[in-house]
Ligand binder design. Structure first.
Ligand code: BGC
Length: 383
């Protein structure tokens, strides 16, 4: 499909639809489903998607919805305290559990593992949810104390495990240590310290490990002056923009940020649409509106609002006639021959994808393209 440019009133309509969709699909438990209809995602909430969705709706003023998601995270993680204690104990004794025994990337709405096999050992979401929580607390001046216990168990898990290779944002390449994953964990550690979310004793350990993590990220995670997809490689990944913004792990005006943005533009972005990585074959390896939004946030933080607006417009224009935003579009495919294989396996591309809607909201609000007062007023009327 060829994205169409949207007029300002359509942007506001799309924002309205995005917020309504996310809040209406939020479950009674507080979870955000990744996509209501896509076969492989139905019935599950991912920590990664959910944290960014909560950040988007929090920025849009849907305070109660975001809080309910963080409450769900807290309950889900506290129920895992025994499993986490065991992982921490085994790791400290030099016998870290295998990936299958680590915490999952996604949960059923009631907080269970579910029965479907998945590429579950992913650490990024455990940092991201703490980061998103702290953003929410700061933005709306809320009390963090109800979350302290859940943050503490998450921090214990991350302190024991952050050095381990695991599946990345795309649930692939488990043998590697991914720089976006390290950035998410760093953001979680930084947020914990900034908001005093854990005891002094834990905070001291976080400070030590954060310094080690940052040192690793800035030495092994950089090649040719830019962030890389995984340690030991040279290629980039669209998710790396998040390290610059909104996670704020890499200073946006630093030379690493500038060079990373340049390479994400030249290697992965075509006409405003950002690919995940070169070599992507998932649904033919199309362009992801949520990644254009992450790149837009990075550009804006680095001072290029014009380019951020172009990326925003590209993402907005991927909306279907029903105003649903997809996971990816097939305008420009890296591996066109692989597209049909995925359609045969899982059906057509996940649409709507709540994470895409949330990133559209987050960037649009950042750029002043979405009127949040009007959005909240409409939302409250329909809630
Ligand atoms: C993506 C993940 C995402 C999941 C749910 C997968 O296809 O690779 O990043 O968390 O879908 O949206």
């Amino acid at each position: 499909m060829t994205p169409r440019a949207l007029a300002q009133d359509q942007i506001q309509l799309l924002a309205d639809h995005s917020l309504t969709l996310i809040t209406e699909l939020q479950t009674d438990e507080g979870a955000y489903p990744a996509s209501p209809s896509f076969s492989a995602y139905v019935g599950y909430s991912w920590l990664r998607d959910g944290a960014f969705i909560a950040d988007g709706v929090s920025a849009a003023g849907a305070i109660a919805s975001a809080s309910r998601f963080f409450d769900w995270c807290a309950r889900t993680l506290l129920a895992r305290t025994g499993q986490i204690d065991e992982i921490v104990r085994a790791t400290a004794s030099g016998m870290p559990p295998s990936g299958e025994k680590m915490l999952p990337a996604r949960f059923t709405f009631s907080g269970d593992d579910g029965t479907d096999d998945w590429w579950d050992f992913q650490l990024d979401g455990y940092g991201t949810w703490i980061w998103a929580l702290s953003q929410h607390l700061e933005r709306h001046d809320l009390d963090g104390s109800p979350y302290h216990d859940a943050v503490a168990v998450t921090i214990d898990y991350l302190l024991a495990s952050w050095q381990r290779p695991c599946y990345d944002w795309w649930e692939e390449h488990a043998q590697h240590t991914h720089i976006s994953t390290l950035a998410c964990i760093a953001a979680g550690f930084e947020a914990t310290l900034r908001r005093n979310l854990v005891s002094h004793e834990r905070a001291a350990r976080v400070t030590t490990e954060l310094a080690a993590l940052r040192a690793r990220l800035l030495s092994d995670g950089v090649q040719d002056g830019h962030l890389i997809k995984w340690i030991g490689g040279t290629a980039v990944d669209g998710s790396l923009a998040s390290a610059i913004a909104p996670l704020g792990v890499i200073e946006p005006t630093s030379s690493i940020a500038r060079r990373t943005i340049d390479v994400l533009e030249s290697h992965l972005t075509v006409n405003g649409g950002t690919h995940r990585y070169l070599g992507d074959t998932f649904f033919g390896g199309g362009q992801w509106p949520l990644l254009s939004c992450f790149l837009g946030l990075a550009h804006d933080a680095a001072g290029d609002r014009t380019r951020a607006n172009e990326l925003f417009e590209w993402a907005a224009a991927t909306a279907t006639t029903n105003l649903d935003l997809p996971e990816q579009v097939d305008d420009h495919l890296i591996a066109p021959g692989m597209r049909q294989e995925w359609i045969d396996r899982w059906g057509t591309v996940a649409t709507p994808l709540l994470w895409s809607h949330a990133m559209f909201l987050r960037l649009g609000i950042q750029l002043g393209r979405i009127d949040t007062q009007q959005l909240t007023a409409n939302h409250e009327r329909t809630a």
